[in-house]
Design a protein around this ligand. Structure first.
Ligand SMILES: *[C@@H]1O[C@H](CO)[C@@H](O)[C@H](O)[C@H]1NC(C)=O
Ligand SMILES: *[C@@H]1O[C@H](CO)[C@@H](O)[C@H](O)[C@H]1NC(C)=O
Ligand SMILES: *[C@@H]1O[C@H](CO)[C@@H](O)[C@H](O)[C@H]1NC(C)=O
Ligand SMILES: *[C@@H]1O[C@H](CO)[C@@H](O)[C@H](O)[C@H]1NC(C)=O
Length: 512
């Protein structure tokens, strides 16, 4: 009796694994873009830069002598010239009340610190200052010119403990703290280094600075220019800094590597969200134009673009962007490295503002929270998206159905798609998008269609299908076949009409 029932109820289950189907669809080999991992090539430009910097260093070292406190005007020598080497800005006549301009006094303190005793070198050509400190003594100093570190080729220096405020005549293209090697750097870069040809060059590191730490500083750019500029330096730390009122960029990092920005707060306007002027916010809080940098536990509360990245192998972790909302034209994180992205964004919080990635190649976005209809845009430049994992994030929106990941194909469609995984994200009040999907359909007939367009990220792309046909019809074994997957619709047909469930799993991201 039981056996009869079992036969009557025997299920007809067919499973097809259709890897072969992929061959019917265009599978374009990925561009073999194998430039040296994580670093720009060492070309003639780099060499010119090196020579240029060496030359500038020699100029600036000379300048800095005149900046050092002269016996007549100098205040008392820095505390502990014998052993401890802490250079107090107030000892150099800096006005900690911020009433009078302290640019010269700050530069004197910096200059003295850089000329103090040194202990060998770090990288070749980088003098080890042994941990010398320039202490702002908890003061609030007005400056009318960028604080260019007055010599290149030094390292192991800490500048800390106070507030800097730009004056009303601070140069609009300047940065309050400028680690560019010299005040000539920007102009020379515009000249592509040609002005340095034939200059007598001394030996120097190919980097400007190494292991400079900027800590516990509040920088108020007074809506004139930027906060901190780091050029071609190694192992720079920007720690517990608060950077506000920039018009250009809060922190800009150009070439070099390993600038670590952590526990810091950046915003053009000092606000705590929901600002009525938000539509007007401009500027970029952090611009990483170099490799191998990290942002860790950084809050960006006001700017048109929170973080702009155009160098490889940067990591963002614990970054909370609530700058200008996407709806007002803002962007949380903009990855402008089409073709070689190499960026990891993890454990971050995109708050009403999203992520844009141009032609992403190797990008991980994971364990992050997207609030207020914030979403991720993959923007086609040359139609390449390769090695992208957008997994294990949370998305929360207002029920408008905005897709959690969207394609901007205004420059042309993505046509070179490989190893893209958008999956395992949880979504409330937004439209889920994925590259892997499951569906089922029930029907009595000879054809079953599962439409995946609502979920699948890429249009008309199914590379891999697996399906099961489950029918309870009496002892029958219908022939059935996967008939069609075009337009993201999976069609299964049988040779006879049967009541059946069809279960389908599809994948857009895999090639084999
Ligand atoms: C610098 O290089 C850029 C691009 O290579 C070029 O367009 C520009 O004219 C050059 N400028 C000078 C001053 O040589
Ligand atoms: C935004 O900027 C415009 C044009 O500069 C100005 O008219 C407007 O008052 C500003 N809005 C706010 C809220 O600051
Ligand atoms: C399926 O359709 C056939 C005729 O097309 C009908 O005879 C049969 O009862 C249907 N079965 C179910 C379970 O609806
Ligand atoms: C597959 O379906 C599309 C429409 O979605 C149709 O144009 C095409 O002819 C179908 N292919 C086959 C083999 O039936």
């Amino acid at each position: 009796m039981e056996a009869t029932m079992a036969i009557k109820k025997s299920l007809v289950i067919w499973t097809f694994i259709l890897t072969g189907l992929a061959t019917f669809f265009e599978v374009v080999p990925v561009l073999a873009d194998q430039s040296p991992v994580g670093h720009f090539s060492m070309g003639p430009h780099r060499e010119n830069m090196r020579k240029m910097q060496a030359f500038k260093a020699s100029l600036i070292r000379h300048d800095s002598v005149s900046l050092a406190p002269s016996p007549s005007s100098a205040p008392q020598p820095p505390e502990g010239t014998g052993s401890a080497r802490v250079y107090h800005v107030t000892s150099y006549g800096g006005d900690p009340t911020g009433k009078t301009d302290s640019t010269v006094e700050l530069l004197r303190a910096l200059s003295a610190a850089l000329q103090g005793p040194s202990e060998g070198s770090l990288m070749e050509g980088i003098t080890n200052l042994g941990g010398v400190q320039v202490d702002l003594d908890g003061g609030n100093y007005l400056i009318s010119q960028p604080l260019h570190l007055p010599a290149a080729g030094v390292g192991n220096l800490l500048i800390h403990g106070g507030t800097l405020r730009a004056s009303d005549d601070f140069p609009m293209d300047g940065y309050m703290i400028d680690l560019s090697g010299s005040s000539l750097a920007n102009k020379d870069q515009e000249n592509n280094g040609t002005s340095m040809e034939g200059a007598q060059l001394s030996s120097s590191s190919s980097y400007n600075y190494e292991y400079i730490t900027l800590k516990n500083l509040l920088l108020d750019s007074n809506y004139r220019g930027g906060g901190i500029l780091v050029v071609n330096s190694l192992r720079t730390s920007i720690d517990n800094c608060y950077i506000a009122h920039f018009t250009t960029t809060g922190i800009e990092v150009r070439s070099g590597h390993e600038t670590y920005i952590r526990n810091s707060f950046l915003g053009q306007h000092i606000t705590a969200g929901g600002d009525p002027g938000e539509r007007n916010f401009s500027g970029t809080a952090i611009n990483l134009m170099g490799n191998d940098n990290a942002l860790t536990d950084v809050i960006i509360f006001s700017a048109a673009i929170g973080v702009m990245i155009s160098g490889q192998a940067n990591t963002l972790s614990g970054v909370h962007c609530y700058n200008k909302a996407t709806g007002f034209g803002g962007t949380g994180i903009y990855l402008k490295l089409p073709g070689l992205t190499q960026t990891r964004i993890i454990n971050s919080y995109l708050d009403y503002t999203g992520i844009v990635a141009e032609d992403p190649v190797q990008l991980l976005i994971s364990n992050s929270f997207f609030l207020g209809d914030a979403y991720i845009v993959l923007k086609s430049i040359n139609g390449v998206v390769n090695g992208v994992n957008i997994v294990d994030n949370m998305f929360s929106g207002s029920g408008k159905g905005l897709g959690i990941v969207q394609l901007d194909q205004s420059n042309g469609p993505f046509k070179n798609i490989d190893q893209v995984v958008v999956d395992r994200n949880n979504v409330r009040g937004m439209g889920i998008k994925a590259t892997v999907a499951k569906g089922a359909v029930q029907g009595n007939g000879s054809s079953w269609t599962v439409d995946f367009n609502r979920v699948l990220l890429f249009p008309n792309l199914i590379r891999h299908v697996q399906y099961s046909l489950v029918s309870s019809i009496n002892g029958a074994f219908p022939n059935h076949v996967l008939r069609n997957v075009s337009e993201n619709r999976v069609v299964v047909e049988a040779d006879v009409s049967v009541p059946a469930h069809v279960f389908v799993t599809v994948d857009q991201g895999v090639t084999d």
